[in-house]
Design a binder for this molecule. Structure first.
Ligand SMILES: Nc1ncnc2c1ncn2[C@@H]1O[C@H](COP(=O)(O)OP(=O)(O)OP(=O)(O)O)[C@@H](O)[C@H]1O
Length: 250
């Protein structure tokens, strides 16, 4: 389980995330919504370690990870699709995923574990590429892929790392309309497994409604609503927070 307790970050006098306490259970998909500037991405950055908290705590499976650097958090099972910064631009699509498979397979020493053969690494990497409909682009250099394909590649890398917690920040942003279902199907499939915690920041309310078990609303850095999609979407506080702003954004 992932949990934040009174998590806060201030930029100067401004609290971008302000005392957010929330627990995210295994097997659930929670969407984090709110108007522009509400603090959603900053909250993600605090959880994944891109930003240091001013106060409060982040715990993962009971372990306090608040002061750990982002790569340590990744090794402990926190997986975030990082809007393209995870990619090795000069390597092929396949190589990018193979490296992630290799990193994952080399993790931990255990008497019964063994190094995967080159063939096994490639086969696993290809399976992840197939899951995101990128198998036919396996040999393409990552930097030359269209934006939507790069986003899919990021998700394939994330799948290869097999994290306990999947964090998706607007996973369909910049994708063409026909590419969107692939990513949503993958997220739905991860959720279906039942053993992963999924956090999603998404502006598209139809996506949020169809995928979420729960919706958390941030407004001016504060958690202002938390509940089942039907309750939260129709609540006064959400109408108020969104009124005339981002209800139809994206
Ligand atoms: N590094 C930073 N330095 C100063 N202010 C920041 C920094 N990062 C975020 N902020 C501020 O924190 C607030 C929350 O921003 P954040 O990007 O988290 O909102 P958001 O809910 O993700 O918005 P959007 O929906 O537009 O992506 C904003 O007022 C933003 O200007």
């Amino acid at each position: 389980m992932l949990e934040t307790k009174d998590l806060t970050i201030r930029f100067g006098g401004h609290a971008a995330v302000d005392g957010v306490s929330c627990a995210f259970e295994k097997g659930t998909l929670t969407s984090i919504v709110g108007p522009n500037g509400a603090g959603k991405t900053t909250y993600f950055n605090l959880i994944s370690g891109q930003l240091p908290a001013t106060s409060g705590r982040v715990t993962l499976n009971g372990e306090d990870i608040t002061s750990l650097a982002a790569p340590r958090r990744t090794r402990l099972g926190l997986g975030r699709a990082f809007q393209l910064t995870n990619l090795f631009p000069n390597l092929s699509t396949l190589e990018n995923v193979r490296l992630a498979v290799q990193v994952k397979s080399g993790k931990g020493y255990d008497l019964f574990s063994r190094t995967l053969t080159h063939r096994e690494l490639i086969d696993q990497a290809m399976a992840h590429l197939a899951a995101v409909s990128l198998a036919d682009r396996a040999q393409a250099i990552a930097a030359t892929l269209p934006h939507g394909d790069q986003r899919k590649l990021e998700v394939a890398i994330l799948l290869a790392l097999e994290p306990d917690v999947f964090m998706f920040d607007e996973p369909t942003a910049g994708m063409s309309i026909d590419e969107v279902p692939t990513i949503l199907d993958i997220i739905a499939a991860i959720k279906q497994r039942g053993d992963k915690t999924i956090l999603l920041v998404e502006h598209k309310m139809d996506v949020v409604r169809s995928l979420s078990d729960r919706i958390v609303v941030l407004h001016q850095g504060k958690l202002v609503a938390d509940g089942k999609p039907a309750e939260v979407i129709n609540s006064d506080i959400v109408r108020e927070a969104y009124l005339g702003s981002t209800a139809d954004h994206g």
